[in-house]
Design a protein around this ligand. Structure first.
Ligand SMILES: Nc1nc2c(c(=O)[nH]1)N=C([C@H](O)[C@H](O)COP(=O)(O)OP(=O)(O)OP(=O)(O)O)CN2
Ligand SMILES: [Zn+2]
Length: 125
């Protein structure tokens, strides 16, 4: 089994709702979004999926969040933009658009900083 991982970055502000502490105020992060796919078979070029194709897809999915206040961008106008919620939403959006036979989306990790991150993956995977 092979795994391929790519990472992209966005700059965005957010604020936590119903939260006691300074993170309830608007503040920003350079969010790192790490996406891992897996599969058993390589194409004739020896790739599970081209890094560039996967990065393009991730960039497409997160483009609407870059340089935004996440709390203004659906669904985060209703759902608090925690790293966990962002990871799940990005996972679902990538999964819906991933057109690569035999390539399965394994996990999405969203880092607010090098010291704090959240990962979403499907149960049992
Ligand atoms: N489980 C989660 N906990 C917290 C989240 C989150 O998304 N999921 N988010 C926050 C805040 O956004 C906060 O900006 C991040 O908190 P923290 O990592 O503590 O940020 P600091 O910059 O203060 O951390 P240092 O490591 O001290 O620099 C809070 N919790
Ligand atoms: Zn934050």
């Amino acid at each position: 089994m092979y795994q391929v991982t790519v990472q992209v970055e966005i700059a965005a502000a957010h604020q936590l709702r119903d939260y006691e502490g300074e993170c309830a105020r608007v503040h920003g992060h350079t969010w790192q979004i790490e996406v891992t796919v897996r599969g058993n078979d390589l194409d004739p070029q020896g790739m599970l999926i081209d890094f560039r194709k996967l990065k393009q897809l991730v960039n497409l999915v997160v483009a609407g969040y870059d340089h935004s206040l996440l709390n203004d961008v659906p669904p985060f106008d209703r759902v608090t933009p925690t790293a966990e919620n962002l990871a799940k939403k990005i996972f679902e959006d990538i999964e819906a658009r991933l057109e690569a036979p035999g390539v399965i989306l394994e996990k999405v990790t969203v880092r607010e900083s090098p010291r704090a991150w959240a990962t979403f993956r499907r149960d049992g995977q």
